[in-house]
Design a protein around this ligand. Sequence first.
Ligand SMILES: Cc1ncc(COP(=O)(O)O)c(C=O)c1O
Length: 413
Amino acid sequence: MSVTLESPLSARPLDVLGVPGQINLDYAASAPCARVAADAVAELLPWYASVHRGSGKLSRHCTLAYERARQAIGDFFGARPDDHVVFTRNTTDALNLLSRALPAGTTVVSFAGEHHANLLPWPRASVRLPVPASPGEAVRALNAALTELRRGAPADRPVLVAVTGASNVTGERWPVAELAMVARRHGARIVVDAAQLAPHAPVDVAALGVDYLAVSGHKMYAPFGAGALLGRGDWLDAAPPYLAGGGATSHVGAATHDVRWVTGPARHEAGTPNLLGAAALAAVCTALTDADPAALHAREQALLARLRNGLAALPHVVELRTFGPDAPRVGIVSFVVAGRDSAEVSAELAQQHDVGIRDGLFCAHPLSRRLLAEAATRSGRTDLPPTALRASLGLGSTTEDVDRLLTALATLA
Ligand SMILES: Cc1ncc(COP(=O)(O)O)c(C=O)c1O
């Protein structure tokens, strides 16, 4: 494993793979592969065999590796003893799993600023609160909504609050611990969509008071197709299995109804699991545990400041934001180039400058449209395009990457 912490800005704290000359500033979509993830997979490949299905040495090795991965990921995210770590394909899969495991009659409360993965799986009767103007307003709005919801309703009616840890559009961090405290005060549970937060900052469910967490391996430098839902075991054990099939049962009789489902993570993991994905994600979690979070944070924030200051200095560029300009954020910035179509700009950056960023509405259409309208009002410009651009940073990003983007954007009129 290569964890080399050096001075901020010039350092590459955790090695990631890449192609020389190609500037990847699209980590928020899918981060590059960490060397530790690639190494973990390469090490396991000769042993590759079934998981939980064979008694041969290879199979037992793989079963052990799979369960060790579960343990490592649970430890990394601060899982409590009664939490389950269920392997999924990604965050979308994890949140869909949770939505199917909700007790009957559960009301889900979320904000309109969520990624589609944390808006669309929830029941139709869910409460969607307006996008708040500040983290404090989010906390107050949730408190008011839960007070209203509890008024006259049975105290044991299940309520789930679903919020993002960090926005995939703006990178802004949401006040997860405070929202969790409000949820708890009203007897509600909370799930955090940590797809964008977990790659950038330590997330500990026990310390935050969070009930469930959803993450994607491919956004955490482990692009081998695994994600996870982590959290309270009781709803998960009481729910019908997310997938029905082998590995999720303890008994299957001759009659169609004669099935007993296991409890624990296996209940929702029917079928042969993604061992390599699990091992890759666990390897990254272990490497991040061994790294210095303060140094990683300082490095990323320095790059982010350089990027945002550079963008602010370009007269034709307008940043998108939900909260104030100084709100805490991870290494993600969305913006528009006035008078230019965003898809054309990103194509030009790719073709002429070898710089890869994202354009569009980022699978957060309600939020992106709202922020584009707000950017037009704030800037007073009438020539902003209907979609945006997004640059995002991570472990392999350098000052040179940021400067290449800024230089390229400066050439666009
Ligand atoms: C905040 C957020 N939540 C959920 C998702 C969905 O992640 P995945 O596509 O890995 O399921 C994304 C992906 O961009 C995201 O940014």
